[in-house]
Unconditional design. Sequence first.
Length: 400
Amino acid sequence: MLKGKKIILGITGSIAAYKAAYIIRGLIKKGAEVQVVITPAGKEFITPLTLSTLSSKPVISEFFSNRDGSWNSHVDLGLWADAMLIAPATAATIGKMANGIADNMLITTYLSCKAPVFVAPAMDLDMYAHPSTQQNLDRLRAFGNRIIEPAEGELASHLVGKGRMEEPDQIIRTLEDFFSCEQSLFKKKVLITAGPTYEKIDPVRFIGNYSSGKMGFALANACAQRGADVTLITGPVSLETPHSQIKRIDVESADEMYAVTTQLFPESDVAILSAAVADFRPASRSEQKIKREKEDHLTLSLVPNKDIAAALGRTKHERQFLVGFALETNDALLHAKEKLQRKNLDMIVLNSLEEQGAGFKYDTNKISILDREGNQTDYPLKDKQEVANDIIHKITERFI
């Protein structure tokens, strides 16, 4: 999966920098092309000569290599790469990445990189556990970066704990797994719904729900990063489109979302229905604002909205893959399994409302994924971008 891939390897000032030599050799053996970008501090731990010999390319460290007007273009590097791997990543570099402090060639390359970015932290256990480091890692995850979690073991301080950079073989395997998924979604047409719908009562009031759209937008970003042709149909949200290759269609009501989704589904390979579509809408809508002074008692008559998931399930052909979401308040597993079968879904994602930090509005979520064969995979509480990656990985396992 790495043959022909262009990888930027960023190396920072950590004792774990010696492992970069093994990463380069492993990537080269897999057929990848490796360009090393190293910080000034990184050169204190491993020499550019060693890295250049292994990669067969000059090592880049400074903006200007000579005094003849030539310079190293971080923009060109960012466009060249299929992936960027920063291993080891120190607390200082992680902090700069999270806050856009572009004071060296590695950080400017990171900020210019259009490809997926993988970060392998390496530091002492107290530095890794510090709230500032964890907050910076959370920001990087929210940006769509993939954190390769450090292992537990003896550290350079001779203390034992979490902070030891993951071993080179495992880091390379993570890249292989990613490109396996990426290639399987490359140029596939993926349709995603996100956010709430608003069902108007009068010109100023509506029936709605608490959905922020964050989960659907994270899914769209994950698919776009893998080269998919993504169409994102979203209800009213305050989110920016996360990737330049996403085609975004804004709607308001369930009827509008139904019309667009059913129109586009026949040409789609995968549809992921993460929107929190209102089940009901007012039977009639007032054309004027309803005045409290004129109404002693207001009764709303509600009628069902069209069921988007059921409609797609009825027309789905064998080469399409349909994913639904379930958010339940009681007997969650039973209801999710029933919905999976009744709506002819291939997979369903069960959201938790019982876990603190999961569900509407949060940046994190806790899910279980069920498929038609009766398999169930439970995941811990994670950032929604990581949850999106888990969902896409499961889709590619099942569909591609």
